[in-house]
Each structure stands twice: as structure tokens, then as C-alpha cells.
Design a binder for this molecule. Structure first.
Ligand code: ADP
Ligand code: MG
Length: 361
């Protein structure tokens, strides 16, 4: 196991990049602690696979270094990095049995047969593959093939890191949630550093202790699932995490006070910086309350999503969503909404720009 450091990393697939838009990774500085359970979360195309492939050595970065326990491995090929990588689609040998597929990474390194047998059986049990170990891989369902692929990533005990690149893409929905919690369990058992790449917030939040959120080749926030929900550092994180995501409402800032359509809105704490840039209020639907007073709004739509209702409102020209547990107002009705002050944040050009816990204005 090792700590993994990415230092000043940039990558362009273009041989002669001319500007930031030519970089798949713009500027990455990041430490992955030994034994951590990480998720790398972001929309398709933001650079997640590029980052993984640089850690595994499938790609050499255009700029910057990769260190394993302070040893520079930037130019080492994958087979000398002692890592395991599981891809989106199964990578297995169809003509081999499930057992031999799982045994392959161990036998390849000259591990003795007794240990091979023990490890393969352990991993097969964890992934519920035990009763098909004797079957040829070619006859297995896509789900089971992918489970074998994942097992191959988990079978070695001596790897620096196990990386999963959207491994549940081909898995049936009902098996998905099961495997998701299984992976979490596996991490607790093996304690290897794991990096789990996904564009799905539920997968990321279930698996990881620390979530690294990426957008457009950059890291926008690193935090626990609770951190990301509570205090999104960027409106992108607020949007991307939560369902529905955080309300982001264009506002004016004057003398450190925020105004929505001319109405004063109390913030969680003092505003940092002046009034320049694009200023927006961020408030999660969970903290928007419909009640006897507040800002006048019109109900557009009510969606019953099981445990609660999502209420779509128009506040002047701005759309706001509220989550409400109780009775929902009728569409078309006039109501008042208020924002819980300690959850009302100001963002400037996307980035958080209020200080929590202070006296709001
Ligand atoms: P993600 O895994 O988050 O979906 P990728 O790392 O695959 O994102 O891609 C990041 C960006 O790099 C995208 O714009 C993608 O089109 C581009 N890209 C990825 N692989 C290559 C490649 N082999 N050649 C050129 N561009 C690539
Ligand atoms: Mg990818």
C-alpha cells in the first residue's frame, strides 16, 4: 500500500495544445492517503478516466509527477506500479474458467497454489461467485463476467491501489445497489486504497469516505459526502449532489447584503469580497420552507416523489424548488417562502463567498 501524490499534473491529448481548452486535465494537485476509500465523481468527459490512467501508468501526463510513497513513478509502465484496475467493461479470458481468471493476477506473479486457492475462494465468496468457479467464463452472464473482472482487481493483497472505472455500467439495476454496498464492505475488509470512478452521485456517496468532485479537467471540491451536501464549495457541486440539487439564484449584493428581486435575503454569515462578479444565492430545497411569511411565490408544480413532495415555485422570474414533508399547496396558488438562514450561502463566480457561523446580513 502507498500514499499516492499527484503533483502539478496537466494532460493534453493534443500534441501542440494552445490554450486551457486543449487540456483534459488542467492543474491537479492531490494526495490519496494510504487505505482511503475515494470516489472520483464528475460528469462524462470531465477527465476521470484520464486521471486514473495516469495513476495506473497507461498514460504519461504532459506535465507533472506521480509519486507512490514519495517515489517518482511517472515514467514507470503499469506492470511495475503494483496496481489493480477494473474497467467499465469486463476484461477476462473467455476460454478460462472463472477460477483461472481470478487466479491469473496471482499466478502471474508466482504466488504459490495454496495461497492462490485461498484468495480465489475468499474473493469468490465476497462476490457470490463460488458456485460458478468451475464454469468457463464464456458461458457466464455479463453481470457475472463483470464480477469476475472486479474479483481480479481485488484478488492480490499487495497492491498499492485498486481503481474502479465506472465498474457497474454493465450491471443490472437490481444487482447494482447490492454490489455497491458490497464494495464498501470489501474496502472495510481489505483496507487497500481504493479509487472508485463514477458519474453517479449515489454510487460515489455510498462508497467513499472522501469524494473528489471534478468538472472540466479540474477538481472543484474534496470532502466527505456530508461536507459536499452541507457546504458545496462551488455551485457545480451544489447542483450535482442532491436530488433535486441546490437552488442557485442570481442576486444583487449591496453593502454586504444580498437581494433577490429587490427583497433582502439573510445570509449564513458575512460576505467575503466586494460586490463584483456573478453573485448567486445557494440554498438547498430541503431548507426552503413554505409558510405564512417570506418572499411571495407562485406554485408551478408539485411532484410526489415518495417520502416527500418537490414543489416547483416561481419567485418573480426565478425558479426555486422546495422539499416539503407535509401537505403540498395547489399548483397555481400564491404562497410565501423563506430560506433557513444558516443554510443560505452566497456564491461569487461559482465559488462560495460567505463565511459560516458569523453574523449574517
Ligand atoms: P471521463 O472519464 O470523465 O468521461 P475522459 O478522461 O475519458 O473523461 O475524457 C476527458 C476529455 O479528454 C474528454 O474531452 C475526451 O473527449 C478527451 N479524451 C479522452 N480520451 C482521449 C483520447 N484517447 N484522445 C483524445 N481525446 C481524448
Ligand atoms: Mg471515463
Amino acid at each position: 500500500m502507498a500514499k499516492i501524490t499527484l503533483s502539478n499534473l496537466r494532460h493534453s491529448y493534443n500534441e501542440a495544445p494552445t490554450g486551457p481548452e486543449d487540456y483534459a486535465l488542467k492543474s491537479i494537485d492531490l494526495d490519496w492517503d494510504d487505505g482511503g476509500a475515494y470516489a472520483l465523481l464528475g460528469p462524462s468527459g470531465c477527465g476521470k478516466s484520464t486521471l486514473l490512467n495516469i495513476i495506473s501508468g497507461l498514460l504519461i501526463p504532459s506535465e507533472g509527477r506521480v509519486l507512490f510513497d514519495d517515489r517518482d513513478v511517472t515514467d514507470l509502465p503499469p506492470d511495475q506500479r503494483n496496481i489493480a484496475q477494473v474497467f467499465q467493461f469486463p476484461v477476462i479470458y473467455d476460454t478460462m474458467t472463472a477460477f483461472d481468471n481470478l487466479a491469473f493476477p496471482l499466478r502471474n506473479r508466482g504466488v504459490d497454489e495454496a495461497t492462490v486457492k485461498r484468495r480465489v475462494n475468499e474473493v469468490a465468496e465476497m462476490l457470490e461467485l463460488s458456485d460458478m468457479l468451475g464454469n468457463r467464463a464464456s458461458g457466464l452472464s455479463p453481470d457475472n463476467k463483470q464480477k469476475i473482472s472486479m474479483g481480479r482487481g481485488l484478488v492480490r493483497e499487495d497492491v498499492n491501489v485498486v481503481m474502479f472505472d465506472e465498474p457497474l455500467t454493465v450491471i443490472d439495476p437490481h444487482l447494482k445497489w447490492k454490489l455497491r454496498s458490497k464494495l464498501k464492505e470489501l474496502h472495510q475488509k481489505v483496507r487497500a486504497t481504493m479509487i472508485y470512478v463514477t458519474h453517479d452521485q449515489t454510487e460515489a456517496l455510498t462508497f467513499a469516505d472522501q469524494v473528489v468532485v471534478m468538472q472540466d479537467g479540474e477538481i472543484v471540491q474534496i470532502g466527505t459526502p456530508v461536507d459536499l451536501f452541507d457546504r458545496p464549495a462551488h455551485t457545480f457541486v451544489g447542483h450535482f449532489i442532491g436530488s433535486p440539487g441546490m437552488n442557485v439564484l442570481a442576486c444583487d449584493v449591496r453593502d454586504g447584503r444580498a437581494f433577490l428581486d429587490g427583497e433582502h435575503v439573510a445570509l449564513e454569515g458575512p460576505v467575503t469580497g466586494g460586490s463584483e462578479g456573478l453573485t448567486q444565492i445557494g440554498i438547498r430545497p430541503e431548507f426552503v420552507t413554505i409558510g405564512p411569511q417570506g418572499l411571495a411565490a407562485t406554485v408551478r408544480k408539485v411532484s410526489d416523489i415518495g417520502r416527500h413532495n418537490v414543489i416547483d415555485l416561481m419567485l418573480g422570474g426565478t425558479r426555486v424548488r422546495a422539499i416539503s414533508e407535509g401537505d403540498a399547496p395547489d399548483p397555481g396558488s400564491q404562497v410565501f417562502v423563506s430560506f433557513r438562514q444558516d443554510q443560505t450561502r452566497l456564491y461569487r463566480d461559482g465559488w462560495i463567498s460567505t463565511t459560516a457561523g458569523g453574523q449574517g446580513a
